[in-house]
Design a protein around this ligand. Structure first.
Ligand code: LUZ
Ligand code: MOS
Length: 764
């Protein structure tokens, strides 16, 4: 199976935003952002910047012609600060200059006088002070309070997980070009072209039809461009609107790291109750989500945290409460998994702590509580097509868990300073946007007179391979070769009202719409063939392998001939179709319903070798049995799984966002923020495509693949923890991710007191 972008990618010919030919007269923008995390703006002085040669204009909130508001779910986010600044890096002004360099230099000539206000970076502190983005929510099944009383063991604890920088290779950016009558053509590196269009129209105070958004592809999104591409697009559009000149802004890496939001850190309290036979009878969890300075997508992320509180386990009595806490950090946002991984880390921590307290293997508790067909989730839906046990037992057998364990035990018995650890990580992820109305998509197909086909959908290609999958859908439905199909850019004038490419649902939603369009075209073409060939009523006509078949015999009409004939007969060779996922609903008053079209399952076995002198580690393997359904493209799906696993491991072990007490991001460059490199990825990633039926709601029964495998990375945390415990069996370890080599080293030597070591210069 080929991959549509492979040739241009390896030749460096693929076009990203910054590769677009620049139009004559283009100006460049750069943001002046807040140098403090919280304060009242007393004055803003940009006179020096304005006098610099090449500087055209400095725009502030006062220049906004529409609304100074980019908040979606909650209108709490100004595009440019007015009275107060709420996080370090909040945009205050926009410099417009003849060159990129000039714009950046001029930013340094701007000065603001800001009266400091108290800075809160901790979600629990924010919650205690009542700074909530939305009211808390509670999902409930059974009666956890009562059930704890009947449990043989009750274990409590706390689990913290850190944020995560998206680190898409392509930073945020946008390029606005003025056309006639106030129309703006906008190129944006966004997962949500319609969100950009809507936000820009709102900020400019113009109808949405004035704004055309076009996206060729992104150099990665991972959720970071679901909502947060809007501001840069709105800023350049505002400049274009005021100056009638093309304006471009592509963020430098450090600007992007400083100003954009990340995965939400969470701090959570759990209480888990088990019976002697290791059945989890009760689970209570409270999530404190660190939302950052504004809502952005935080309420939706919080909702998915609640949905995934139980991971892959059936827990008859469960109470999950979540608080979305407003802090003085850049507004945190969507990130692959969308709050789900944070919830799963907590239940896995609870199970690990219970296993340690009871002196049993974590896997025994995990295994004893896996979801089974028909089990009820705490949100009312029942597990249908449940593959939890299938994946688990397949992983155990296929990868010979007993043997892996034996090897690790032998190794540990013979090595004093190196220890191996193993963990199992089952996953269960719900597929669908949790906002019902977002589960829709459309497609537009043109068949040209030479038989070539142009396909537009609302899907944004961001390296995940959605264009390849859309080509396969069109080629299969129209019975033509892939080379006849071209995937067009994602453009709001061709496809309106798109949902963002997110929630792992892009191929399902857009693919289903594309199927509908192609089916209609095929029906029309068969009618054309019937007329042309004079086929009788009782004869069957099919389109297959680029030709017409009558009663199973070649009918003498090839695809190009058929298309020519249709054109001669004046038949419409274009079709637009719309798809909305059926059968999903959710009632937020009862917090019950059927929010997901289906679930994706899988189990990973993660093995690690820990160097107990240095605290460094190597992941020996991640072996996975995954429920892809009937994968329509195993190359694309394997790539998604491998990338997600490594990204998940990075979140759990290496990626350490550090802010100081004043709210300044210290890990603000790739010298201080570490993502997995080639040495940090597991030695072996073995992803097995389990034979599962898929789902009717999945495109061609090929299940959604973008997010679910990320959560295998959580297994890396627990494998590492087990390796530490092989060295210090009675270690009292907290549940705090990321488990960086520094933290591992301190855990290995509990008697060592780091506060006795003199602080060295240069340490942040
Ligand atoms: N985005 C969103 C998402 O708006 N709603 C969701 O439910 C979701 N889930 C995963 C990733 N992005
Ligand atoms: Mo996403 S976290 O699917 O934009």
């Amino acid at each position: 199976m080929s991959f549509v972008d492979a040739n241009t990618h390896v030749r460096g010919e693929s076009l990203y935003l910054d590769d677009l030919p620049v139009v004559t007269g283009t100006l460049y923008a750069c943001v002046y952002s807040s140098p403090v995390a919280h304060g009242r703006i007393r004055s803003l002085d940009y006179t020096a910047a304005l006098t610099m040669p090449g500087v055209v204009r400095v725009l502030t909130a006062a220049d906004i012609t529409g609304e100074n508001q980019i908040g979606g779910i909650v209108p709490d986010e100004p595009l440019l600060a007015t009275d107060t600044v709420d996080f370090w890096g909040m945009p205050i002004a926009l410099v417009i200059a003849e060159s990129d360099e000039t714009a950046r230099a001029a930013v340094h000539a701007i000065q603001a006088e800001i009266e400091p206000l108290p800075v809160i970076t901790d979600p629990r502190e924010a919650c205690a002070q009542g700074h909530l983005i939305v009211p808390p929510r509670t999902f409930r099944l059974g009666d956890a309070e009562a059930a704890f009383g009947a449990c043989d063991f009750v274990i409590e604890g706390r689990a913290d997980s850190g944020g995560q920088e998206h680190l898409y290779l392509e930073t945020h950016g946008a390029y606005a070009i003025p056309l006639e009558n106030g129309h703006i053509k906008l190129y944006s590196s966004t997962q949500g072209p319609t969100a950009v269009q809507r936000t820009v129209a709102r900020v400019l105070g113009v109808p949405m039809h004035q704004i055309e958004v076009d996206v060729t592809r992104l150099g990665g999104g991972f959720g970071g461009k679901e909502d947060q591409a809007n501001s840069w697009a709105a800023l350049v559009s505002l400049a274009t609107h005021r100056l009638r000149r093309p304006v471009k802004y592509v963020l430098h890496r450090m600007e992007d790291l400083r100003m954009s939001g990340k995965r939400h850190p969470y701090s959570s309290d759990f209480r888990i109750g088990l019976t002697k036979d290791l059945k989890i009878q009760a689970y209570q969890v409270t999530f404190y989500q660190n939302a950052g300075a504004s809502a952005d997508l935080s309420p939706a992320v919080m909702e998915r945290t609640l949905f995934h509180a139980n991971n892959t386990y059936f827990i008859p009595n469960l109470t999950a409460t979540a608080y979305s806490c407003r802090t003085n950090l850049p507004s945190n946002t969507a990130f692959r998994g969308f709050g789900g991984p944070q919830a799963m880390f907590v239940i896995e921590s609870a199970i690990a702590k219970a296993a340690e307290a009871l002196g049993v293997a974590t896997t025994d508790i995990q295994r004893a509580n896996l979801l089974q067909e028909g089990d009820e989730f705490h949100y009312g839906q029942r597990a249908e097509g449940c593959e939890a046990l299938h994946c688990w037992t397949d992983a155990e057998e296929r990868f010979d868990l007993a043997q892996l364990r034996q090897e690790a035990d032998d190794f540990n018995a013979h090595n004093a300073l190196n220890k191996k650890g193993i963990a199992m990580m089952p996953i269960c992820f719900g597929i669908s946007f949790t906002k019902k109305w977002m589960n829709q998509a459309s497609a537009l197909v043109h068949i040209y007179t030479d038989g070539s086909v142009g396909v537009s959908t609302g899907a944004v290609e961001m390296g995940q391979g959605v264009n390849m999958k859309m080509m396969q859908v069109a080629a299969q439905c129209l019975s033509v070769g892939l080379e006849r199909i071209r995937l067009e850019t994602t453009n709001t004038t061709r496809i309106a009202n798109t949902s963002p490419s997110a929630a792992s649902a892009t191929s399902d939603l857009n693919g289903k719409a594309l199927q509908l369009a192609c089916q209609t075209l095929t029906e029309r073409l068969i009618a054309v063939a019937r007329i042309k060939l004079g086929v009788k009523e009782n004869q069957t006509v099919q389109l297959q392998d680029e030709q017409i078949w009558v009663d199973g015999q070649p009918g003498g009409l090839t695809w190009p001939q058929l298309i020519q004939e249709a054109y001669q007969q004046r038949v419409n060779l274009s079709e637009h179709a719309h798809y909305a996922t059926p059968d999903i609903h959710f009632d937020t008053t009862t917090e019950k319903g059927h929010p997901f079209a289906y679930h994706v399952y899988g189990t990973a076995i993660v093995g690690v070798t820990l160097n107990c002198l240095r605290g460094t580690y190597v992941f020996d393997y991640v072996k996975v049995s995954h429920d892809f359904g009937k994968s329509m493209n195993t190359l694309v799906d394997r790539g998604q799984a491998e990338g997600a696993i490594v990204q998940g491991i990075g979140w759990m072990t290496l990626e350490d966002l550090q802010y100081n007490a004043a709210g300044k991001l210290l890990s603000n460059a790739l010298s201080t923020y570490k993502i997995p490199d080639i040495y940090a990825v597991p030695q072996e990633i073995d992803v097995h495509f389990l034979d599962t039926p898929g789902s009717d709601y999945a495109i061609m029964r090929s299940k959604a693949v973008g997010e679910p495998p990320l959560m295998y990375g959580i297994g890396a945390y627990f494998a590492l923890r087990n390796a530490i415990r092989a060295f210090v069996p009675d270690a009292e370890l907290s549940f705090s991710a990321p488990l960086t080599p520094e933290k591992v080293l301190l855990a290995l030597y509990p008697a060592f007191n780091p506060t006795l070591v003199p602080q060295t210069a240069g340490k942040a």
